[in-house]
Every structure is written in structure tokens, then in C-alpha cells.
Write a protein that binds this ligand. Sequence first.
Ligand SMILES: Nc1nc2c(ncn2[C@@H]2O[C@H](COP(=O)(O)OP(=O)(O)OP(=O)(O)O)[C@@H](O)[C@H]2O)c(=O)[nH]1
Ligand SMILES: [Mg+2]
Length: 336
Amino acid sequence: MTRKCLGCGAFFQSDNPLKAGFVDVKNKDNALVCKRCFKIKNYGEYTPIDNDVRYYENIFNKIKEKKDLVLFLCDIFTLDETLNYINNFKSKVILVITKKDLLPKSVKEYKLINYIKQNYNLNVIDIIFISSNKNYNIDLLMNKIMNNKTSNKVYLVGNTNAGKSTLINAFIKSYGSSSSFITTSSLPATTLDTIEINLTEDLSLIDTPGIISNDNYITGLKLSDVKKIMPKKEIKPRTYQMKPNQSLLIEDYARIDYLSSTNNSFTLYLSNDIKINRINLNTNNNLRNLKLNSFNLDKRKDIVINGLLFCKITNNAKLNVYTKNSVKVFERNNLI
Ligand SMILES: Nc1nc2c(ncn2[C@@H]2O[C@H](COP(=O)(O)OP(=O)(O)OP(=O)(O)O)[C@@H](O)[C@H]2O)c(=O)[nH]1
Ligand SMILES: [Mg+2]
């Protein structure tokens, strides 16, 4: 059985329901999608597939050597995590920043593009913001693809959840004739193998499984938490006037202690569904059992809890940030 699932790209098999590409024996000759994709699409039920990280690296390493145009996708919340991969490609790369609709409208796109150019030394021929959900810049991106492609194949790569499959589906809607769409979901590792979509006579788009990073907050989380943490609508930044000896509790996910002796103001960018509580630093010890990261933060820097939030301050601040062990917490130049 060498056919592939149209939803996730996995080869069909009927031996192991826990492995990728499973279909019941009775459906094996006519199935279009595997059982897992069927459940994701129809019931929103997600079966995690435990593929080794090396499995994804292997696919990625092969694409690095190709000469075909690459679209490297990432959303604004995982910029730092994935951009380091870009300079590995032998081919031309267009950086595509996805999910523009999640950014506050006040954020200017050209400023973010300048920020990326100034702060990361990237070997890309272009940078473009898109929203597949709102059909924003999809036609412009298609023009850029047609003007820069070096063959009929174009690869889409990037971290898991960046929106690669959703973008291909948007292209299918606008330019394709197929009525079959790739499976998408807010859980990591939805696409499991490469999927080649023949969009037009002279353009095939190749979807790939996303890079999984262990230092991203959502890796390994249960479905209900992932749904909460992944922003779905335009983010409403939340500003807190911070006095000395105050802390912010970000539900059960993180705690930020403010240790300086002057007043300050913190603005947090995160999913609107997550509740934040301002508490007394000395009397409330919630979440102090989590991993501690300490910072002497300059006001020109943000704190990033990778995959969860970033926080901007108005005055220099001493901070203790507590969060899940594996998650990367770091400072970077003010993004906004
Ligand atoms: N708000 C918003 N959400 C988006 C957009 N594009 C994708 N998403 C959401 O992001 C999540 C991940 O999308 P996918 O297309 O499955 O991401 P992927 O890059 O293919 O992920 P893997 O297959 O795991 O590598 C889904 O919940 C999508 O609905 C967008 O333009 N705006
Ligand atoms: Mg995908």
C-alpha cells in the first residue's frame, strides 16, 4: 500500500492505529484520508503521533539541499525560535510572516519588517506578511512566487503551527481546481510527511511537517491548554501599572515578579483567553515552584516566554520570571 493520506501526507497502513496513516482494512483501497485526519476534520479530535525529532530533521535536511524556491513561514510569536534555520538553505528563500490578523491593528507592518531586517541577519530575498484566514496578501505572495520560482516546485517550511497547510489551502481556494484540502489544526505536528499539491500546470506546492521545538510552551501540552494559549483573534495588549512588590500571575502558566523600587508599566501580548492577575509579591507564593529566570531588563528590551507571551516595560526593571521547565525565556529588542 503506497498511497498517501491527502490530509497529512502519511503513507496509509492498516497495522497500527497509533502510527501515522492508519486506515481500517475495509477502507484501505478507497480511503482519501487517514483515520486521524478524518477525526481532526470532522470531530476536532486529535491523536498525537510520536515521531522522533530526527524524522522531521531528515525531511528538513533534504529540502535544504534543493534549488527550488522556499517559502519559510513563521508567526510573529515564534520569530526568534525559527529564524536561525533560514540561512541554512541553498535556494532562494522568501520569509512569510503568517497570521497578520492576530496582530493589534495599531502595529505597523513596515516597522516590523525593518525590525526583522535590523535584528536578524537573514539571507532572504523578500519578507511579506500574510493572513490566510483573512486572505490578506495571498495574491501578492503568489506574484512573488511566480516571479522568483526557479522550477515548478516551491517548498513551504517552518515551525509547526506556522500555518503552512492553511496557506496552501488558501492558494487551492484562489488558484486551484481541487476540492481536497490539507488537514490543519492548532495542535503541533498536524502534517506528518511531505504533500505535493499540483496547484496549476506550472506550479506545485510542497507542504512539509513543521519543525518542533522543545523550548516552545505549547510543545507537550494538552489540547485544552494549546487551544487557550494559541491566539485566535486580534490580540488586545493588556497594560498593568506595576508598583514595587507586585507580581503578575498568568493563570497556571507563568509568574512575573517585579523587584524594582519604582513604579512601572507592563504591556503583555498573549492570547485574549488567558487570565492575568496582579498579586502581592510577598504574600502570594503561587507558581514559585516553577523554573526561575532572573532579569535586569533594560526598557528597550522585551521579555519573551517562548510560545506564551511577550512583555514590554516602560522603565528598566528587575524581574523574576517563573515558568515551565523546558520553555525558553529570554530578552530581545522591543518588537513593538
Ligand atoms: N488567526 C489565524 N490563524 C491561522 C492562520 N493561518 C493558520 N492559522 C491557524 O494556525 C493553526 C496551525 O495551522 P496549520 O496550517 O495546521 O499549521 P502548519 O504550519 O501546517 O502546522 P504543522 O502541520 O503542524 O507543521 C491552525 O489552528 C490554523 O487555523 C491565519 O492566517 N490567521
Ligand atoms: Mg501542516
